[in-house]
Design a protein around this ligand. Sequence first.
Ligand SMILES: Cc1cc2nc3c(=O)[nH]c(=O)nc-3n(C[C@H](O)[C@H](O)[C@H](O)COP(=O)(O)OP(=O)(O)OC[C@H]3O[C@@H](n4cnc5c(N)ncnc54)[C@H](O)[C@@H]3O)c2cc1C
Length: 324
Amino acid sequence: MTAPESVWVYAERHGDGFRSVSLEILGHARSVADALGAKLVALTVGPGDAAARSLARYGADEVVALEHPLLGRYDTRLFTDLLESELRPATPAVLLLGATRDGQDLAGRLAVRLRTGLTAHVTSIEVDPEKRLIGWVPGFGGGIEAGVVCPNRRPAIVTVRPGVFPTPEPRRSAAEVRVVRPTLDEGSFGSRRVAFEPKGSSVDLTRSEVLVVGGRGTDGDFGRLQRLAHCIGAEVGATRVATDSGWVERERMIGQTGVVTHPKVIVILGASGAVQFTVGIEKAGFVIAVNRDPDAPIFEAADLGIVGDLGPIVDRLVEDLGEA
Ligand SMILES: Cc1cc2nc3c(=O)[nH]c(=O)nc-3n(C[C@H](O)[C@H](O)[C@H](O)COP(=O)(O)OP(=O)(O)OC[C@H]3O[C@@H](n4cnc5c(N)ncnc54)[C@H](O)[C@@H]3O)c2cc1C
């Protein structure tokens, strides 16, 4: 008897829980598995199995938890070995991972190990009438959308951008949880931790309801944006120019290579509106743009456009809102 078809989702640990993108994918993968007539399996690697058990509530039929106290630290080679040991015998039809730093790292390694195809950074997924998974990826600066299929090898590995699917509501579940405890010691890691200095923030803009976003036009003065953000209870986001210039952290980048946001209100300051940026704000509710160039493409995406120098406009807003 052949094993039933399966769709696997790698659920990446983050603190005591999971990266939000992992839950987003898991929620959406339920419909993919149903369309393929497949079982949905969530695979996770980390210390303790309590978090793994909570995964069962997000739509999986089965949870596979690779658990060991040392697995709180990501290691490319070790995690690849561990995932390979589960995936090779199971030969799922599809493996989905979040397009996070570690997710992208793992996906590439696994694709080489398993001699299969990888579709990176997809923004949507569908199953065609022939029951093949199609991953849609924006290409040529957002000018086209390419549908990528991996018809002859398995699993078809796909990384999904954060924020493109909604987070599912947890629900009661009868999913089976299989805990696997590999034998490990420090020598199992390809790298050694000498010191650990956490970065200042680990912001998740996909969950922010109000955003203040800066581009090149801010000239790096994100302190000014922070003051406005503080007044209106917003998080600060940025274009790629701003993150590449080191003005703010990389995880604040919005767009094709950054995150897709869903704020109710977004204020965009000194950004031209390149399509690679605007794909990250398409799901925003009300868009306010400030740019000194009346022909800037950002105004096409805006509900309210203000032509002018952002400096005095932001300062005035902070003054008025601060007083209010
Ligand atoms: C494969 C690929 C992926 C990419 N992914 C992303 C991505 O995920 N996110 C992203 O953002 N970019 C991405 N980019 C880069 C993108 O193409 C643009 O280069 C970038 O978004 C431009 O950033 P910007 O709007 O800050 O800068 P610019 O395009 O230089 O625009 C600056 C704007 O500020 C205005 N301005 C200047 N001074 C002021 C002032 N004092 N007051 C008001 N307005 C002012 C100017 O009129 C101008 O419109 C990607 C590019 C490629 C090729």
